[in-house]
Design a protein around this ligand. Structure first.
Ligand code: C2O
Ligand code: CU
Length: 510
């Protein structure tokens, strides 16, 4: 088979050895200065990391194993791939400014890497094979070591193939020693769509999509899922299960608490192809952070999370047990964590889900960032259009008409203010993720939230700004893992001018 994925993979391998160093970007053939890519192994990356390592920095050491094995989804055991046999994987918790050292051991039958989603870390620890590091072979290991720059709710997952749609994901929580707090306890909830070990695995699903195209796979005779909130198609893949912290709704995990407690919810969508509408029916929440960064506190009944997105929100615990529900948007799936302040009975989750579905859901794209993290106003030095296209022909998802090629990026230069303009010409939403930076969204009213992953609805254009202050080669892609693997990825590529030796020609006055 010679699908777009395989073509992409061949090109991909061709640059692995160079790790992006020495790739010529920009218009090398035309007039104007020649530029070269600032690769993961460049001095600029190492220098910036040195500057981040403050005296008295605390080091946190973690051992992590990517393994195969069985997990229990709640009365149903499935064989899958996880970190350390747990689902979600073991949480990593550090403080802003810490040095995080993770020794990864790869006991999977495939090569892998770890990507630290959302962190503006040093480029050579970003975990993108062929761009920032070589793949970690089966049976081998790799030491990740980097300064953690910002506080917030993050997560980590592999960046090889469809591995993220197995059980390989876990929260990465970065605490801020200076944060006021204002809550009594925390609850981290990871939402996921699940099919691994149920007769198909994610590699099979991708192969089917590539071979047969959209809707050609086993949809069980059902129509494509659609959602008004998502403005079109809700996904390409039907999942038998939806999970919250590794469990189905019927076998939900309970969080024991007490009436009146203020709980900070750290909500993470680790799904491969599913957006979740999240809320506690009858208990409004206050959204405080998007993708780790504070926003102007905003009340909501429910909030929409695209794949890769995180939202922190506060709730005040009522006197009775209530479910924190994740509705698989447009897919008729429900999952939950039960918030249990006493001994009372668990409410009926289906009734609660219907109640939640009837309430308005908030799209975080319009919530203004907190003043403390608002980027200073500045006109962009460079604007890159990113036209999102697909899935024709077959199952090909594109950016500016092209599938992924790590050697062909969007050039930016250090210290520029960069604007990306995502334009969705397709009938499905795309959660667009930029590695290594937290951008600021632009809204009709002006300042939007700081984010690293932004849902772009069908027929809409979304503009985001960031400062080019983290040199390297940064993958930028749709966080639908099947769209990404089918081509919808590119690179924000820091470039610098090639130093051309000055030649002095005799007889020509200088
Ligand atoms: Cu969760 Cu390339 O990212
Ligand atoms: Cu997409």
């Amino acid at each position: 088979m010679s699908g777009p994925l395989l073509l992409g993979r061949r090109r991909f391998l061709a640059v692995t050895g160079g790790l992006g160093v020495g790739l010529v970007a920009g218009c090398a053939a035309g007039p104007g200065p020649r530029t070269t890519a600032v690769g993961a192994g460049s001095a600029a990356v190492a220098e910036l990391e040195r500057a981040r390592r403050a005296a008295g920095q605390q080091a946190v050491d973690v051992r992590l194993a990517a393994v195969t094995g069985q997990v229990d989804l709640g009365g149903r055991a499935v064989s899958t791939w996880t970190y350390g046999g747990e689902l979600p994987g073991p949480e990593i918790r550090v403080r802003r400014g810490d040095l995080l050292r993770v020794e990864l051991r790869n006991d999977l039958p495939q090569p892998t890497t770890v990507h630290w989603h959302g962190l503006a870390l040093r480029n050579d620890m970003d975990g993108v094979p062929g761009l920032t590091q070589p793949e970690i072979a089966a049976g081998a290991g790799f030491g990740y070591e980097f300064t953690v720059p910002d506080a917030g709710t993050y997560w980590f997952h592999p960046h090889v193939g469809t591995q993220l749609d197995r059980g390989l994901y876990a929260p990465l929580i970065v605490e801020d020693p200076d944060e006021p707090g204002g809550y009594d306890e925390e609850l981290v909830v990871v939402f996921d769509d699940w099919l691994d070990g149920t007769g198909r695995d994610p590699d099979r699903v991708l192969a089917d999509l590539l071979a047969v195209g959209m809707g050609g796979m086993d949809m069980g005779g059902m129509a494509m899922p659609r959602s008004e909130l998502l403005g079109g198609d809700a996904g390409d893949v039907m999942y038998p299960f939806f999970l919250a912290n590794g469990r189905t709704a019927e076998a939900a995990r309970s969080h024991r608490t007490r009436p009146g407690r203020r709980i900070r919810l750290r909500l993470i969508n680790a799904g491969g192809d599913t957006a979740f509408r999240v809320g506690v029916p009858g208990t409004p929440m206050t959204i405080t952070h998007t993708d780790g960064f504070p926003v102007v506190p905003t009340q909501a009944e429910a909030v929409l999370l695209g794949m890769g997105e995180r939202v922190d929100s506060m709730i005040d615990m009522p006197d009775v047990a209530v479910p924190l529900i994740g509705l698989a948007e447009g897919k008729d799936g429900i999952t939950q964590v039960l918030l249990q302040p006493g001994q009372g009975p668990a409410p009926d989750v289906t009734t609660a889900a219907v109640a939640l579905a009837a309430r308005p859901a908030t799209l975080v794209n319009d919530i203004p960032a907190a003043e403390s993290v608002t980027l200073p106003g500045r006109e962009p030095d460079v604007v890159h259009d990113m036209v999102l296209g697909g899935p024709e022909p077959g199952y090909t998802w594109t950016i500016n008409g092209e599938t992924y090629d790590p050697g062909r990026g969007l050039p930016v230069r250090a210290a520029q203010r960069v604007r990306l303009r995502f334009e969705n010409t397709t009938t499905m939403f795309h959660p667009m993720h930029v590695h290594g930076h937290t951008f600021q969204m632009r809204t009709a009213a002006g300042v939007g939230p700081r984010k690293d992953t932004a849902v772009v609805l069908p027929g809409q254009a979304v503009e985001v700004d960031f400062d080019a202050d983290n040199p390297g080669q940064w993958l930028t892609h749709c966080h639908n893992v099947y769209h990404g693997e089918a081509g919808m990825m590119t690179v924000v590529s820091y470039v610098e001018q090639v130093a051309v030796p000055t030649t002095v020609r005799p007889g020509v006055p200088r």
